[in-house]
Design a protein around this ligand. Structure first.
Ligand SMILES: NC(=O)c1ccc[n+]([C@@H]2O[C@H](COP(=O)([O-])OP(=O)(O)OC[C@H]3O[C@@H](n4cnc5c(N)ncnc54)[C@H](OP(=O)(O)O)[C@@H]3O)[C@@H](O)[C@H]2O)c1
Length: 250
């Protein structure tokens, strides 16, 4: 498969980002894959056998360090075709009141970090034909999960940003895909005490994402079984509200 694209994946030292980079490196040898995360050492160790992967340290919460990667991409490759806005963290609410330092960490990474990534990537994407931004959201946006209110709020905010961005960059011919994974077995996923129906490996998640990108999908939702389960739970809540209002008030 020849394409000669330049692809940038944020948060590629682990989990879904790492699996995305390895999939591109192995199956698309003519592409050049730029990977970033806060630790360059762990990136270099992971991708030491992949000569078409280029490792850079950058913290998504720091727009200056993200700009340095964008400038290096411009100098070294002269183009950027796809950016995967993937870096993210999940912190659960263990008790109330909510720890506001946790709110700052999650929103700085998942919301502001995503916006920083777009800010530095857009000027490069505008110059190529068929550019694409791929934002990794979550199915947590479709229904409430216990203890996950903070993470869900950040992913809903992030998703809203990319839905509006899709309209704003349409004239520049920049496509925006939003990915809604279910449970993926990575360090960010809940521990085993939390039920994780239809759990996927990072490799399976990555190949579903790349398949969706190759097909030009706007929304990449998987596994669909979880999606429908979450949607049906919403319906259940609605029925409870209509039929049993006394129970809700208790
Ligand atoms: N796992 C799931 O079940 C699941 C489900 C739905 C959506 N997602 C989403 O998928 C994306 C990837 O998650 P994952 O499960 O693959 O998590 P992961 O294995 O913990 O990987 C997270 C990646 O993000 C990087 N990262 C974290 N904070 C960063 C920062 N401030 N600046 C730069 N890089 C940073 C980490 O690298 P460093 O620590 O080296 O910086 C790491 O490479 C996230 O957006 C997550 O919300 C995950």
């Amino acid at each position: 498969m020849n394409s000669n694209k330049v692809i940038w994946i944020t948060g590629a030292s682990s989990g879904i980002g790492r699996a995305l980079a390895l999939n591109y490196a192995q199956n698309y040898p003519d592409d050049r894959v730029v990977v970033s995360s806060r630790s360059r050492a762990s990136l270099e160790e992971t991708f030491k056998n992949n000569p078409n992967v280029f490792c850079y340290a950058a913290d998504v919460t720091d727009q200056t360090s993200m700009q340095q990667v964008a400038s290096t991409i411009e100098q070294n490759f002269g183009r950027l075709d796809i950016v995967f806005v993937n870096a993210g963290i999940c912190e659960y609410i263990d008790n109330y009141p909510v720890d506001m330092a946790s709110v700052d960490r999650v929103f700085d990474t998942n919301v502001k970090g995503a916006i920083h990534s777009v800010n530095v990537a857009l000027p490069l994407l505008e110059r190529v034909s068929n550019p694409r931004i791929v934002a990794v959201g979550s199915q947590v946006v479709f229904a409430p999960f216990p203890r996950a209110g903070l993470y869900a709020a950040s992913k809903i905010a992030m998703t809203a940003f990319f839905e509006a961005l899709r309209l704003d960059v349409k004239r520049q011919n920049i496509a925006v895909s939003i990915v809604y994974p279910g449970f993926v077995d990575t360090p960010a996923s809940p521990d085993k005490s939390f039920p994780r129906p239809f759990l996927l490996s990072p490799e399976d998640a990555a190949s579903r994402i790349i398949d969706g990108v190759n097909r030009g999908r706007r929304d990449i939702i998987f596994p669909k079984r979880l999606y429908w389960l979450l949607k049906l739970k919403y319906l259940t809540k609605l029925w409870e509200f209509i039929v049993l209002p006394e129970d809700i008030k208790k």
